[in-house]
Design a protein. Sequence first.
Length: 290
Amino acid sequence: STQSTGSFNFRWSRQMVDFDELLSYSTVKIVKIRDKRLGLLHYFFILVILLYIVGWTILYQKRYLAVAQPVGSVRTSLLCPEHRTPNPGTRLPPEQLAYCKQHSDYIIVDGKKFPNSECQYWDETLALYPIVEDHDMFISTRVTSTSLHLSPENCTDMRNPACHYVPTKDTYVLYVADIEKFTILIDHSMYTPFASKNAQEIQGYLLDTSGKAINLTKPNIIEIGTSDILELGVILSAANVTLDSISNDKADITKRYDGLVLLFFIQYTNMETYNQNDYKYYYSAKMIPN
């Protein structure tokens, strides 16, 4: 008789899972560069980055602080110079004002002649029109006065539908005398989520066009404990503007005749020192060209 048996052979293949590959990891290989030129360049860039982050960004710009845009309110009023002292003689006579016809017929600006006009001494009620305006002051330097009469000639009142007013030939131009000596009172407050301040609580400065603080003399006052007072001429000077200069829009008239638009800025900051309660504000002025 013959007897046969079967068998099953099982072999574990190490090629199926590579544990060395599965459990591998990456590491950094550090190479030491022994070259004085590359080393100098390397440490120079590290120093520049360190100075930028620590010196410029943290210490100078204080970028670690939260910055907020203040919300404020401003109150202004105009006053003619004779109310500033008990002596009305502080206003110059027209004979001493180069733009007045009482002084001469012409004023010379940059070698060109410009006709003068009669000067009248107006107060703040007449010079400021309209009297109340939000965030603006319309201060008159030149006034053109025109008279009107009813036409046609047989009209006596406006109950006749044919009647209407027409200008006469009695039109004349005048300048408001000494307008640069009119003073502007400025009182303002600001609010942020971090603090609220009134101008009378903090120190302020008036800056010129180069950003330098202007030394003020009375009646100009920017002091703690009182509202600020600035002459219109001082504000114009801070913007590097004079009324007796050629208009930017028309070459045949002066700014005193043509007028101008002046923006007046108030900037608050507490970032000039490391004391976050040390608040300051700065005035600056800029004329809008054309």
